[in-house]
Design a protein around this ligand. Sequence first.
Ligand SMILES: *Cc1c(COP(=O)(O)O)cnc(C)c1O
Length: 390
Amino acid sequence: MSPASSTTTTKSVVTPKLDISKLDRRIYTPHDTPLEAMPQLSKALGNKVNLFIKRDDMLGLTGGGNKTRKLEFVLAEAIQEGADTIVTCGAVQSNHCRLTLSACNKEGLDCCLVLEERVEGSYHPNAGGNHYLFRLLGAKSITKVGLGEAPKAVEALAEELRKQGKKVYCVPGGASNELGATAYVGCAQEIQKQAAAQDIHVNTVVCASGSGGTHAGMSLGFSSDPNTNVIGISTRHPKDHQTEHIYGLAQKTYSFLLKKNGMDASSSSSSTATLPHDAVVVLDDYVGPGYSLPTAGMEEAVTMFARLEGILLDPVYTGKAAAGLIDLVRQGAFPEGSNVVFLHTGGAPSLYHYQPIMPSMEDAVLPPPSDAPANKRRSDSTSMEEKKTD
Ligand SMILES: *Cc1c(COP(=O)(O)O)cnc(C)c1O
């Protein structure tokens, strides 16, 4: 084989239009996160599909999670603009606020938080979990507001700080703008690269769909491969609302990346063809009574992941997304033999706040017993025991 032909057969997974390498970026995770098989969970669900997990709970900063990936791009812009103070908002147990604060500490920036009480009575100034970490990590201020009041409160606080001479940069909730979604285009490319190296073809990716940057970025990132679909499990909003939101954000992100790569969205005939509307799939069957409120499916999913794979999910996002994954496998929604990747977006620190609403260990749903050996022999007796067959 000539050198020329060998280079042409080395196919890159990154299409030039979705190249994110030209963007400013801070590095908070100096490595790819693992793409791992979940053999025990696959087996407990009948071995009809091969389940994998993308461990974005192992991203950098305090405790990891999807906001770390997004903040690499968002804070790069803030720093580039000369900001000294970051204002952002989230729910009372926001993972996004924890990680923004953590990144700000690393960058030497002040960070002010606005917390939106989405469930009445859910804010406690001495709460554990993420709220404890807001205080430990040293938020400059914490402002509690009611449902729907966060955007205005962020603007008002930013104005006040600017009057004091601060250079303020506001990070949107969940860091879900074009920059945040761009990070998840990068994650899709990382999964494609890892899957190719492990010789697996990913048929479906399942992720939580909240403020939307993750889902929008994944849908856009995988749009270059018509054989991989992405399913977003809504953790809050109804299907139609969320679908339009994700589609809009994905389109905006696409135009943004075209521009960054020196292409013009309006003159590119294929620009709208890249992400067909029906490539955005949202399921809202797993929200239950509302955002952050527990469901039986979530409790089962959190317990199964812990006991079968040793992986901690969170009750608000990944627990509900995994409840969707488990239900879809049981329903036979994936063809037999499919490779399905669950995107773990983090959030486990909130377990330590929600523990009182989680099932007691005696009541927890146990998966059916596996046929694994009941008792592992102690190493000092294995040589004798190994010869026995029973
Ligand atoms: C924020 C969050 C999500 C949702 O991601 P979005 O990009 O906001 O849709 C999922 N899981 C965890 C743990 C989160 O903190």
